[in-house]
Design a protein around this ligand. Structure first.
Ligand code: NAD
Length: 260
């Protein structure tokens, strides 16, 4: 379905971004991977994706927390792959602390990556999408883009910001075959969440397995983690012709979290 298209997936060396990059490669898209990690491991990932799906897969280590890192990534993909048709703004970080103890440098770091990089990457990708008359911008927000929890001020502000930005971009591109949507996952078992489970296990003196179960039952009525594969399927659906008139939407994949 995505043969001939180029997809840039930010933060795709791990977790959800990797699941989405895999799903897009399986549909025939050329992929620009991005994110941090061990260089040999990333190269293994890049070459195995390319071999498994018979598509071009490149990698950029652009640091999206830098002022225009996301813009540089998009321009790099355009230079090396010829175009950017699908931009998945996925890279994100978390910091957990009560508001009055939340360090300003952590606030700035979360906002820079989770929100400003989405703005910068989208700004860079839209002119090419408009020139070709087709584009898909998919922002990985969160259930925390729709509702709040304690101790996550910067993350929740950033994800609510992403949901708002998604609507603005959708309106500004509404008459072109460009859509901009937010995916709002609940808990997905990735390194980002594993760190929170490990911290909870240590804090409460319970096993990591128990802490994982407690985390789920607190928020996610299905009591099942959403998977990177499911989110890959949803992102591919948003690129399909069936989804051509879905824009400005926030699609939850949260096991009922935000239905409560
Ligand atoms: P993860 O930690 O597994 O992956 C994050 C990715 O971002 C990695 O590839 C990492 O290298 C990359 N990254 C980090 N800092 C970067 C930077 N400065 N520049 C470029 N890349 C950078 O996290 P994840 O759980 O897969 O999260 C992906 C997205 O999904 C995030 O935006 C997160 O907020 C969102 N999300 C996650 C969950 C969850 O339960 N895991 C739920 C809702 C939303």
């Amino acid at each position: 379905m995505l043969k001939g298209k180029v997809a840039v997936v930010t933060g795709s060396t791990s977790g959800i971004g990797l699941g989405i990059a895999r799903a897009m490669a399986a549909e025939g898209a050329k992929i620009m991977l991005n994110g941090f990690g061990d260089a040999a491991e990333i190269e293994r990932l890049r070459s195995s994706l390319a071999a498994e799906f018979g598509v071009t897969v490149l990698y950029s280590g652009a640091d999206l927390s830098k002022t225009d890192g996301a813009g540089d990534l998009v321009r790099d993909a355009e230079a090396r792959l010829g175009r950017v048709d699908v931009l998945v703004n996925n890279a994100g970080i978390q910091h957990v602390a009560p508001v009055e103890e939340f360090p300003l440098d952590r606030w700035d770091a979360v906002i820079a990556l989770n929100l400003t990089a989405v703005f910068q990457g989208t700004r860079a990708a839209l002119p090419g999408m408009k020139a070709r008359g087709w584009g898909r911008v998919i922002n990985i927000a969160s259930a925390h883009g729709l509702v709040a929890s304690v101790n996550k001020a910067a993350y929740i502000a950033s994800k609510h910001g992403v949901v708002g930005l998604t609507k603005v971009v959708a309106l500004e591109t509404a008459e072109i075959d460009i859509t901009c949507n937010a995916i709002c996952p609940g808990w997905v078992l990735t390194p980002l969440v594993q760190a929170q489970i490990d911290a909870r296990a240590a804090r409460e003196g319970v096993s990591v397995e128990q802490a994982g179960r407690d985390l789920l039952s607190e928020k996610q009525p299905s009591k099942k983690f959403t998977t990177p594969e499911q989110l890959g399927g949803l992102a591919v659906f948003l690129c399909s012709s069936a989804a051509a008139n879905i824009t400005g939407a926030s699609l939850t994949a949260d096991g009922g979290w935000t239905a409560q």
